[in-house]
Design a binder for this molecule. Structure first.
Ligand code: IPD
Length: 272
């Protein structure tokens, strides 16, 4: 019910802020790459691991029966039917270079932890360097730094500022560049901010009109997707499907429809 959902949102916010404080206060001048994942450019820093460990510890201390799915440590089952979906640092490459667009993303979902099947209940995204905090709870609205958000009215695509992002695999990137070549001439401009959770929150607070990306992971979109929906926007996939790793498009309904048409024409959800 609404009280329980509000409590989940509060916990999401508390733990995301705590991880944000940890990451902010301990960033060394030179960040070392601890390892790489899917490709040589997919980096993990020690701080990704430390931030996720803190998030898990704080959440499970209060909610020991919940499951957790995190970018670094994977899935740990729980009996409650709720799953916390964690990105300990979204925008790791920005973190590495000291570009101030990286965030902690914490969401709690009911049902299987797959974007097409879950119901997101609450979430919080904290942009680490300046502490900007977006929250959302299902049916309870979305906020940025405590102020209620409502999406700006849809603009024509030609006047829309569109966020996007790219995967880490070379083949995927080549395909994404091809799609981008079809989108770019039809929009106001493109932003590649480098943190998908921030892209989504910027759609919710009007600093972007739309965002789209192929290949998002559940933890990239769980909290930010709910922030968009609770601000009055839609988050969807192509060809009548919901948002998924194949494609996530977010914004006001009318402009999402226009962008979806271009992305479907470009087969942006298939191939590499
Ligand atoms: C990445 C960022 C990036 C997006 C990638 C994500 P990470 O997350 O959100 O903006 O384009 O698809 O994987 O690796 O920094 O947590």
């Amino acid at each position: 019910d609404a009280t329980e959902i509000a409590a989940l949102r509060d916990l999401a916010e508390r733990v995301a802020r705590a991880a944000g404080d940890l990451v902010r206060s301990t960033r060394p001048d030179e960040v070392e790459v601890a390892s790489t994942k899917s490709s040589p450019v997919d980096v993990v820093t020690q701080m990704d691991a430390d931030s996720e460990a803190l998030l898990r510890r704080l959440i499970l201390a209060e909610r020991p029966d919940d499951a957790v799915l995190g970018e670094e440590e994977g899935h740990v089952a729980g009996a409650s039917g709720l799953t916390w979906v964690l990105d300990p640092i979204d925008g790791t490459v920005n973190y590495l270079y000291g570009i101030p667009a990286y965030a902690i993303s914490v969401a709690v979902v009911a049902g299987p932890p797959e974007p097409e099947r879950w119901t997101a209940l609450a979430g919080c995204v904290v942009q680490v360097p300046d502490g900007t905090c977006w929250t959302a709870s299902r049916g309870g609205g979305a906020t940025r730094d405590g102020r209620a958000l409502s999406l700006r009215p849809a603009r024509p695509l030609a006047q829309s500022l569109v966020g996007t992002g790219f995967g880490y695999a070379a083949e995927r990137r080549a395909a994404q560049a091809g799609v981008l070549a079809q989108v770019l001439p039809q929009v106001r401009d493109i932003r590649r901010i480098g943190a998908a959770a921030i892209d989504l929150c910027m759609v919710a607070d009007g600093r972007l009109d739309l965002t789209y990306e192929r290949g998002l992971n559940p933890w990239d979109m769980a909290a930010g997707g709910l922030v968009v929906e609770e601000a009055g926007g839609v988050v969807t996939g192509l060809r009548g499907r919901g948002a998924s790793p194949d494609m996530t498009v977010a914004g006001p309904a009318a402009s999402v429809r226009a962008l979806v048409e271009i992305l479907e024409g470009a087969n942006a959800d298939s191939g590499a």
